[in-house]
Design a protein around this ligand. Sequence first.
Ligand code: ZN
Length: 295
Amino acid sequence: MIGAIEAGGTKFICALAEAGGTVIERTRIATHAPEATFAEVAAYFRAAAARHGPIAAFGIGSFGPLDIDPASPRYGCFTTTPKPGWSGASWLAALAEFAVPIRVDSDVSAAALAEAGQAPGCRTLAYTTVGTGIGTGIVQDGASLRGFSHFESGHFYPARRAGDDDFAGSCPYHGDCLEGLASGPAIIARWGRSLDQLDDDPGAVETVARYIAHLAASLVLLHMPDRLIFGGGVMHARGLLEELRAQTEALLAGYIVHPRLDPGLVDYIAAPVLGDDAGLSGAILLARKALAAAG
Ligand code: ZN
């Protein structure tokens, strides 16, 4: 058996799967303070292992920021997360009682791994979530790209739209970085409603799409991915994906010419094939990698 966890800021999805990846059972745990949440996670896996057999490895796709360097003494620890109480919390400590290999990566890198597995012919794939936060995982040839840590695409500063300067942005670190302008909490801070409830304000979808398009265009320019996937709660808003394609194409302005960039970017910019299961599927892949590495 393997254990997989998709850890988000509001809920954790925990699953017990066969080593081949088939999910046997899963549960949902609300994200509270780390001690209580981790205790609930460990109790769930203890009980699941008692029902189905011992767990041989864990894979975790988690919100962050996180230390994801296996050589670091703080591997698997939360770092500068704005989520109260979570800085310093450790995944390895939380699951130490199982004494098995654990692989931790960012939630978006896990989702990117899973989506890349569903996109034959795509060597490089970028998965971006636009939800409570904004982040991008990039997978190349089956492995997630990283530097000294995972990327933080949500915190670059997109150019402000002409005339859009009466909202200061909601990021506690940067104000009007992308996350401060286009994440779910930023949209509620600005308009008082979520984007899917702003049907009567087409300018809202257009504005949010414009800022996300700056990220999409930057991903093309920096990484030349074979496909861009955009998931997360905000992306469920009607018309947003279509507007994102149009705005990205406009920002690229015909500079990149390649068969991958189809007219209108209809194939190029896509919703996740796995839908909301991308993160958990990625965590399962991480557990399988941990198991394979342990021999
Ligand atoms: Zn920021």
